[in-house]
Design a protein around this ligand. Structure first.
Ligand SMILES: Cc1cc2nc3c(=O)[nH]c(=O)nc-3n(C[C@H](O)[C@H](O)[C@H](O)COP(=O)(O)OP(=O)(O)OC[C@H]3O[C@@H](n4cnc5c(N)ncnc54)[C@H](O)[C@@H]3O)c2cc1C
Length: 494
């Protein structure tokens, strides 16, 4: 089948990768002159499989009034005459409760772990190079209450105790000596050895380079903006660009934060809004005190990752519309934070500043679904986790297009996901809230019309047995029960 994928960010590129592996003929259309020029360009570099908690958190409601008054708050909101912004914000505030947060974590965690297996396959089997490191992650807390909460969350689930470790301040510094300047200020930290980091832009380039080669090369159409679709009945027959139409048998929209405008004329309303963040890439001087482990400063909401010879520092969430201009005060704040944490062994004068628009849904859950036409597919809305979730989401979509049982539960990634009420009533999975109270969530509902019936014994809590071409054992989500919400640590979003 000839499939046109729109958008050459990390999500569009991984989508093209798995569709090409299935034997489809793929054309990738991108308005920029090359790959990775949107949100995938200079993100935080964290492959954060266990830290999938959404930005929508009950704590946000408490903190929001203070943030509105604080100039350097990690979250900034600039009201606009934009109904989309207000609709998104209302849905976001509605999602700031323990139940929705637990639900998002419960659906994101299997996808993230599936993505980890696939990302490792890209490195180990396909040899893609993107400064990938299996260096682990240390989330440091400066506040005793937040550390205590994180520690209690960890102790509430045996599966977590195996994957993560709570350390006091001195043990954090012993593990990552680059944090020595923060002695006395770090109360403690949570160490997750199995997290990775890498350069998302380099992965975009590596995927593109590999896909242009034989067999079955992907065709790239750069510098072409898609404006709409030609239809025949319920099917898309061509993608209309500013340089003419491209015929297709199916189409995938992977346009990040710009998705809504293309979907509205088709009667599809996706709750995706840009949440702007910033990064700096700072050259590391010889002998500098740069961290080897990826570090998250929990209170400052800033992440640090060593990518090759640079330190990537990222953070902030500005809800200011489709405005990707770099704000000088945000960059100054990132430079100052880096100096305060790790000293002056960096070439701050040569730091590269960047701003990007996270394609955010109110709940933090992506949209991996079919909508607007029988052959129009969406892979959108990965928010602060697009690098982490890209490979898993892309293969999930390939499963859906092939009509196969998806590798992990995907019903929460539909345009119209089932309501919280119906999920609660059908609940079988027990989740732990941070306060350790059991909470019930539902099992997956019936398979999608396009999916095969689940094999006996599969269903909620199971990575489905898979069939079809291009599968390897390592590309499956971990077998066994679906990880609980307690299996994902909190508050790491950049
Ligand atoms: C500051 C910051 C830090 C982050 N840190 C992390 C992190 O540490 N870990 C992590 O997992 N994630 C992180 N993220 C999130 C991650 O970067 C995004 O979720 C991810 O890049 C989204 O990828 P995408 O392909 O959906 O979108 P994009 O990369 O934005 O790609 C969409 C592409 O579609 C193209 N396009 C749009 N409309 C059209 C059209 N009409 N016609 C043709 N082309 C079109 C755009 O030009 C663009 O190239 C961070 C994001 C930011 C901003």
């Amino acid at each position: 089948m000839h499939i046109v994928v729109i958008g050459a960010g990390i999500v569009g590129l991984t989508t093209a990768w798995y569709l090409r592996q299935e034997g489809h003929r793929v054309t990738l259309v991108e308005r920029a002159p090359t790959v990775g020029m949107g949100a995938s360009h200079a993100n935080g570099g964290q492959l954060s499989y266990r830290y999938v908690a959404p930005l929508a958190d009950p704590d946000v409601l408490e903190k929001l009034p203070g943030w509105m008054l604080q100039r350097d708050a990690p979250v900034r909101f600039r009201p606009r005459f934009d109904p989309q912004q207000w609709r998104w914000l209302l849905r976001f505030l509605k999602a700031c409760n323990r139940h929705d947060k637990a639900r998002s974590i419960a659906s994101l965690l299997p996808l993230a772990l599936h993505s980890r297996a696939l990302t490792h396959e890209l490195v180990d089997t396909h040899g893609l190079a993107f400064d990938f490191v299996r260096n682990g992650k240390l989330v440091v807390h400066r506040d005793a209450r937040s550390f205590e909460e994180a520690r209690r969350l960890l102790e509430s689930a045996p599966e977590l105790t195996a994957a993560q470790q709570a350390l006091d301040g001195e043990a954090c510094i012993a593990l990552e000596p680059a944090l020595a300047r923060l002695r006395g200020r770090i109360v403690g930290g949570i160490h997750t050895p199995a997290e990775d980091a890498g350069d998302c832009l380099k992965l975009c380039r590596a995927l593109a380079a590999r896909m242009t080669g034989a067999p079955n090369p992907v065709k790239f159409a750069f510098g072409r903006e898609v404006h709409g679709f030609a239809r025949s009945g319920s099917r898309i027959t061509a993608v209309i660009t500013d340089a003419g139409a491209i015929d297709c048998e199916a189409c995938v929209l992977a346009t990040g934060a710009a998705a809504s405008a293309l979907l509205r004329p088709l009667g599809v309303d996706v709750p995706i809004y840009p949440v702007k963040g910033y990064s700096i890439s700072v050259p590391i001087r010889a002998g500098a005190n740069a961290p080897a482990i990826s570090v998250t400063d929990f209170q400052r909401k800033v992440v640090y990752a060593r990518l090759g010879s640079q330190l990537r520092v990222a953070g902030m969430a500005d809800i200011v519309g489709h405005d990707s201009r770099i704000s000088r005060d945000r960059i100054t704040a990132l430079l100052a934070e880096t100096g305060n944490c790790f000293g002056d062994g960096f070439d701050f004068g040569a730091a590269t500043p960047w701003a990007g628009l996270r394609p955010a849904t109110p709940t933090g859950r992506p949209i991996i679904d079919r909508a607007g036409a029988d052959n129009l597919w969406l892979n959108l809305g990965h928010g602060a986790l697009g690098f982490t979730l890209a490979a898993g989401s892309a293969q999930l979509l390939a499963d859906r297009i092939a009509g196969r049982e998806p590798a992990c539960p995907d019903e929460d990634f539909r345009v119209e996901a089932p309501s919280s009420r119906s999920r609660r009533s059908a609940c079988t999975t027990v989740l732990q809230t941070p306060s350790s109270q059991p909470r019930s969530l539902r099992a997956p509902v019936a398979p999608s019309p396009s999916a095969r019936p689940r094999p006996a014994g599969s269903g909620c809590g199971r990575a489905a047995a898979r069939s079809g071409p291009a599968r390897t054992p390592s590309s499956r989500a971990p077998a066994g029960s679906r990880p609980s919400a307690a299996g994902a640590a909190d508050g790491d979003r950049t």
